[in-house]
Design a protein around this ligand. Structure first.
Ligand code: ADP
Ligand code: MG
Length: 186
């Protein structure tokens, strides 16, 4: 019985998680456009995991360009947080916060915790790279994106794995999945 329950739990988790392979940056750009087109209108909280150079910032950059951000989109790895105006999600303007917590020192954590809390609210779009350094301040409901490449893989292949937590993000990921399949990404 316990085994059956565990099995079901695993299957549920598995079915909600979606993985897409991109063969080059053009594929990643396509995936980012699909992501942008299906974003919930009240925004989203997205945490990105993966090694340096995996493609976290590249993905965010493509998404923001697609949403109409005109400013240059740079990696927040030194400044920790970048803010952008001028993103349009489902035809309303939304503020964008792009964190990279990799270089966050202990004494910066308190400040950033406040901001993370603030930016977990509705009607903003927040991306957090290296969220593991965030001192547990992430909202429970969110979309986790894991980006990775296979060892011994020196080409441009990347895997983007979407793991939704909460109904809103499950629906979002389902939509991305459906459209990605239609457009030949899998
Ligand atoms: P991270 O933010 O994860 O540290 P970046 O996004 O800054 O990584 O860097 C990813 C690098 O990998 C970029 O130089 C990008 O051009 C390159 N790249 C090669 N193939 C891909 C791909 N399929 N998707 C995204 N980026 C790719
Ligand atoms: Mg980065």
């Amino acid at each position: 019985m316990l085994q059956l329950i565990l099995y079901n739990l695993l299957m549920v988790k598995k079915s909600k998680t979606m993985r897409i392979k991109t063969k080059n940056t053009a594929d990643t750009q396509k995936l980012a456009r699909i992501f942008a087109q299906n974003l919930p209108e009240n925004g989203a909280f997205v945490s990105l995991f993966g090694d340096i150079g995996a493609g976290k910032t590249a993905f965010v950059r493509f998404v923001l360009k697609d949403l109409g951000v005109k400013e240059k989109i740079t990696s927040p790895s030194f400044v920790i947080l970048n803010e952008y105006k001028g993103a349009r999600v489902q035809s309303s303007d939304i503020l964008v916060y792009h964190f990279d917590l990799y270089r966050l020192e202990d004494d910066g954590l308190d400040t950033i915790k406040e901001e993370l809390r603030e930016y977990s609210k509705d009607n903003v779009l927040t991306f957090v790279e290296w969220a593991d350094f965030g001192g547990g301040e992430l909202p429970y409901n969110r979309l986790n994106i894991k980006v990775y490449y296979e060892e011994n893989d020196y080409d441009d292949t990347r895997y983007y794995e979407f793991e939704p937590v909460g109904k809103k993000y499950e629906i979002f990921v389902q939509k991305i999945n459906t459209q990605a399949a239609k457009e030949g990404l899998k």
